[in-house]
Design a protein around this ligand. Structure first.
Ligand SMILES: Nc1ncnc2c1ncn2[C@@H]1O[C@H](COP(=O)(O)OP(=O)(O)OP(=O)(O)O)[C@@H](O)[C@H]1O
Length: 263
């Protein structure tokens, strides 16, 4: 059921690590049931914002509420798919065991999983189209299958909000289509999604809103928002050009090379 409580509410929020702000000036309400694309150049703070929503990066200024709670309290209801290069995929376990690990956050690692838990694992595997591979060793799956397996691990605890950090990077066409379909399904089920991506087409195909982030003007300056709003309003060439200074981006099949304004 749609809820009036925003999935994420940011009030002049800033996030960083060890006292150093990496992304700042964030004010936005991500509506419940929306899919928000986080778009910005490397280092603009997309992952840091996602970690802030998870309570894993420090809030260095302003306020953040996640599903109406503090990030720590909301954690139980938030699933996340971290960036591929930060995942540990060498675990000597089966796909089923990897997905079962997603239950531990709500159950605790020492509680038995039980019939309901096993059913949830089966459902999550079916959801990502890997029902037939449950007994396979995780490390033997293809990169795209591993990614879908990690998504199943994020889905198994029935999250209300799902954070996907560049989930389409390095995916072949087939896995990309599966993942795109999944994001649409998750929304149809009433879940909120935040997806960071460099791919504007993906944002167009799956998202309702966009938050464009711009890099700081120097290495030390934090990233900051360039635009936020419903996709059709906020994802304009002008806003993209502002966010991606000195970069080449593609929008509606046009390649746009933007350049930093002279200061
Ligand atoms: N764990 C960390 N500790 C300290 N600094 C970090 C940490 N993670 C990221 N940073 C720094 O924070 C800044 C923003 O990085 P972040 O990964 O959030 O950007 P991004 O927009 O997600 O980039 P990319 O598109 O390359 O993934 C960078 O300067 C980065 O070096």
């Amino acid at each position: 059921m749609p809820s009036a409580v925003p999935a994420v509410s940011l009030r002049d929020a800033a996030f960083g690590y060890e006292g150093r702000t990496r992304v700042a000036g964030l004010t936005a309400d991500f509506p419940a049931g929306s899919a928000v694309a986080l778009i910005g150049p490397n280092g603009s703070g997309k992952s840091t914002l996602l970690r802030g929503v998870l309570g894993l990066a420090d809030l260095t200024a302003g306020g953040v509420r996640v599903l109406g709670e503090s990030p720590a309290r909301a954690r139980r209801w938030v699933g996340s798919l971290p960036q591929a290069d930060t995942r540990d995929v060498e675990l000597p376990i089966t796909l089923r065991q990897a997905v079962t690990m997603g239950l531990y956050r709500s159950l605790g690692p020492l509680r038995p999983v039980g019939r309901e838990g096993r059913r949830a694992v089966d459902a999550a595997l079916e959801h990502v189209g890997l029902g037939g591979l449950a007994g396979r060793r995780f490390g033997e799956l293809s990169g795209g299958q591993q990614q879908r397996g990690i998504l199943a691990r994020a889905l198994v605890s029935d999250p209300k909000l799902l954070l996907l950090d560049e989930p389409f990077n390095g995916l072949d066409r087939e896995n990309r289509e599966v993942l795109l379909g999944l994001v649409r399904e998750l929304r149809a089920e009433g879940r909120s999604v935040i997806v960071s991506t460099h791919d504007l087409e993906i944002a167009r195909e799956t998202c309702t809103h966009v938050l464009l982030l711009s890099s700081g003007h120097s290495d030390d300056a934090p990233g900051h928002p360039a635009a936020f709003g419903p996709l059709d309003e906020a994802l304009t060439l002008e806003a993209v050009a502002h966010a991606f200074q000195d970069a080449t981006v593609e929008l509606d099949h046009h390649t746009v090379t933007t350049s930093r304004e002279t200061e």
